[in-house]
Design a binder for this molecule. Sequence first.
Ligand SMILES: [Zn+2]
Ligand SMILES: [Zn+2]
Length: 264
Amino acid sequence: MSLRYSILASGSTGNALYVESDEHSFLVDAGFSGKQMESLFQQIDRDISKLSAIFVTHEHSDHIKGIGVLARKYRLPVYANEKTWRAMEKLVGVIPAEQKFIFNMESVKSFGCVDVESFGVSHDAAEPMFYTFHQSNKKLVLITDTGYVSDRMKGIISNADVYVFESNHDVQMLRMGRYPWNIKRRILSDVGHVSNEDAAIALSDVIGDQTKRVYLAHLSQDNNMKDLARMAVSQTLASRGLIVGERFSLYDTDPKIPTTLTAV
Ligand SMILES: [Zn+2]
Ligand SMILES: [Zn+2]
């Protein structure tokens, strides 16, 4: 039995993560139009209509754009906490009541042998939360859209086999860039996004013996670059005694192209 995953797409323009076990398949967020989501599923040769659940992290459009369309077209169950449901109600349109499920923050739901655990993050949305997938002793963590990674979050996500981890911006690029000051301040704040440096520092605290793969996710298209993120994170990890390529590998994600379906 194994868990498999593909980061369908990740970046400031849209996010979606696919996870499957032998019996179930799941989607976390659908930050693209229905058509784009269908194309992403085609690229990994999987069927949207077979999804057991869509888990929503928060109501920002780069995470929910396709939720309403997919839920209605394929009659899929959608899970979110109550505050997120309230905040996204108008944005996703009508979803039939029998497809709406509450997933409280810091709780676990089981689908066969897979336990899905939610945990809160620090971000300017109603009640943002991310997810950890557990099966047997395997663990996959998704964490993006957080201004910082607290000790409480680190406790929950520590020593995962796979991390899909936010590495949103290079602080220098953001400061020098074209964004208005209020937006820059928002991104840099405690309820914004994690920089390359901060991602590396948090990663160095949570990477453990079990960790094999780290994917840098939710890169800003304006304030970051894949090479820059990978270099900054590797360097900071190395300065803390964690050499990329020794026990674990570091991977990019792409705003449009899915990562290969991989076993955890
Ligand atoms: Zn986002
Ligand atoms: Zn967000």
